[in-house]
Design a protein. Structure first.
Length: 290
């Protein structure tokens, strides 16, 4: 099995910060249902919620999200993340749609020359952070070689601690060459890059995740994080899993949504990849934890 490795660029406020991140090591998945602290259960208070209601073409709520811009040389992604609503807009039906296009109307320049693709990346840095609780998003991912959607989190102290000391929690990642599989991963000091610790989840019937919406979530408590897809828990990680290295996940994190094109892990789009491709987000919700 190929161990994916990648680098990302995170923008916190107006400061551009670099952090490395990778996917999984082999892991044992556990079975069950993740319903503790679910929104609407009455067990915990909802502390962040965005249902993406609004007029078609409107940008995401600027009181909750900021849009990052630029390319990513470290990871060799092919897209340029654009500002405003050009590649991330409400559809008028209660969804945020992040669109990857094979175009460059702004003559954007990327690490490899003139950019070939545009897309979008949004985060809640400086607007919302959370320590522990239930974090979930209902998402329909794109399809095709080179597509790389993600719903993830970074430690809010990235500006002072740097990466990987700040910690990263990947709630969901999908790469186009694995249409029926998603990944959940943690990264921290001593277990970053190709040493990121996580597991994969595949649909029981082999259906592609791009065929429908799915709920991707973590249940996050002091010293433990559990990942689930549509309520099915597939892994739990604790300090015992990080090989004696620091567990850096009991502090505030902010949220990130993005759709990358190409990169070391997914590989570049090819002749089979149709554009535009869309990552459609029905909602993002966070409930308070311990």
């Amino acid at each position: 099995m190929r161990l994916p490795w990648r680098l990302r660029t995170a923008m916190c406020g107006a400061t551009l910060l670099c952090c490395t991140t990778a996917a999984l090591l082999p892991a044992t998945a556990s079975a069950g249902a993740a319903d503790t602290g679910r929104p609407g259960s009455g067990a915990q208070a909802v502390v962040f919620s965005d249902d993406f209601d609004g007029a078609a073409g409107s940008p995401a709520d600027s009181g909750k999200w900021q849009t990052e811009t630029g390319d990513n040389v470290d990871n060799h992604e092919r897209q340029y993340y654009t500002p405003g609503a050009d590649n991330a807009a409400l559809d008028g039906n209660g969804n945020l749609v992040i669109t990857a296009r094979k175009e460059n109307p702004g003559n954007y320049q990327c690490w490899y020359g003139t950019c070939e693709y545009t897309s979008a990346r949004l985060n809640t840095a400086g607007k919302f952070t959370q320590t522990h609780g239930h974090v979930e998003a209902r998402v329909k991912v794109p399809r095709g070689q080179g597509m790389w959607p993600a719903f993830w989190m970074l430690g809010d102290d990235i500006g002072s601690a740097g990466w990987p000391a700040c910690g990263e929690i990947d709630v969901m990642e999908n790469v186009g060459f694995e249409p029926n599989t998603v990944h959940g991963t943690v990264h921290g000091p001593g277990y970053s890059g190709s040493g990121g610790i996580g597991a994969a989840y595949s649909t029981p019937d082999g259906a592609a995740f791009a065929d429908d919406f799915h709920v991707f979530a973590i249940d996050w408590s002091p010293g433990a994080i559990s990942w689930s897809v549509d309520g099915n828990v597939y892994q739990t990680r604790t300090p015992a899993d990080v090989g004696g290295n620091p567990w850096v996940f009991d502090k505030p994190f902010f949220l990130i949504l993005n759709l990358a094109v190409g990169g070391y892990w997914p590989g570049d789009p090819d002749g089979s990849t149709n554009f535009p491709q869309q990552m459609t987000v029905d909602y993002v919700r966070v409930t308070a934890g311990d």
